[in-house]
Write a protein that binds this ligand. Sequence first.
Ligand code: ACM
Ligand code: ZN
Length: 473
Amino acid sequence: MPRPTYYESLSPAFTGAIPRSLACHREEGEFVFGKTLSLSPLAAERLGETLRRFGTEAVVCEEGAQVVLSQEGSLPAEGFRLEVTPQRISLAYGDASGRIYGLGALEQLLFLAYRFGADQAMLECGILEDQPRLPWRGVMLDSARHFQSPAVIVRLLRAMGRLRLNRFHWHLTDGEGWRLPCPGAPELSSLGTLQQGGYRREEIQEICAVARENGIMIVPEIDFPGHNRGLLELHRELRCDPQGGSNEICLGNPDSLAFAKARFQEAMELFPDSQYFHIGGDEAWDGNWRACPKCQAKCRELGLPSARKLEEWFMRELSQFLVDHGKTPISWRTEAILTPQNVLQCWGNANDMNACAWHDQGENLVISSIDNAYYLDYPQASEEPRFCWMVNLSEEGVYSANPAAHMGEKLGERLLGLECPLWTELVPEWRIGAKLFPRLVAAAESAWSPSGGSFGDYLSRRRALELAGYLWW
Ligand code: ACM
Ligand code: ZN
């Protein structure tokens, strides 16, 4: 059957991947797919099912396969090079993540290659080289306000792997729920406001395995010292005023710090692959601490001038505990110098980001908001449920946000990465996919690809992949 004449203009099969590649060199010729395709074992494992659906039988072949993989020490972490010649498709990668991402890119290209049917399937020859712009490319999911089943978490991790997103920041505790299994405090999973459920140890182990398979590090968050209403309903003794209501744990009670450390100790055991642990640090009110005899006595003992300084002390102690265990603490932006290792997650506006300038310790800033650009709980369209402070955040708004443009030169050097939070006060489990997509695709390209991409070009690649049958979620 003759190939339609508009083929070339529709979407060159070599440059169609998302995120956009660092470099593509077109060469003469085409790789034409047939009834069978021989692949080295790992490639067959990843692509065999897709090829079968397209009508090509995947044959596993140890030596001399048409699709071959090789590790190359000279390639950077997470990087890969895909070379297509008329005879062979060769994927070289720097590490396991590079292999995962390279196979993922090849899978997208297969969708484009087969879009007119198996009898016309071909890939243009050339070399595609890729490596990430930013080392931290994250998603945060709030599993506390609304609970999501392990199946939805696994689905998200697989979608992240396809988008080369490598950090799953898991907001596991908040006023409304405590979803971590805590052997030392099992009562936390039985509180009235926490009835939607929690994750069992075995479920978390399975989730960790899927994260590993997809090149993703989980960053578990246990939010202190605020966002603790549920915990403090159960443990009134950890409130400044046991009879009052409070979201903040009492900083002057020595049991509070011991409680927090014990929960992180358990989390380190539950998440053995995790290097980063998130200690929270957002939106704590200092009114209860200012009025609390225990907090005030602790301030005097430590020679601290204010409740805010006491909060800093508490967060520093918690950070140091993690550092002493070989882990890296991360917190929502705080101007306090906690430890030299701490990573800061910025979630305010440009002024907030620049207020982090004091913390001159290398690449340690993760940007989640520049005037809300990565807050995926914000509506995409005005028909969506929203809080009054939320503005519409379009796919183009996400794609074109450029935190570096708002940061002083010094801060620009310290950009570790981007992260999209999905808070779930208004998002039940079945709306997770609708909230994330397509904006997460735009965010993934903006974190991975060289800056300066065109939204129009991105959009045509996204649509071409979707029209070819590729699913993000
Ligand atoms: C936040 O949005 N409370 C970090
Ligand atoms: Zn107190």
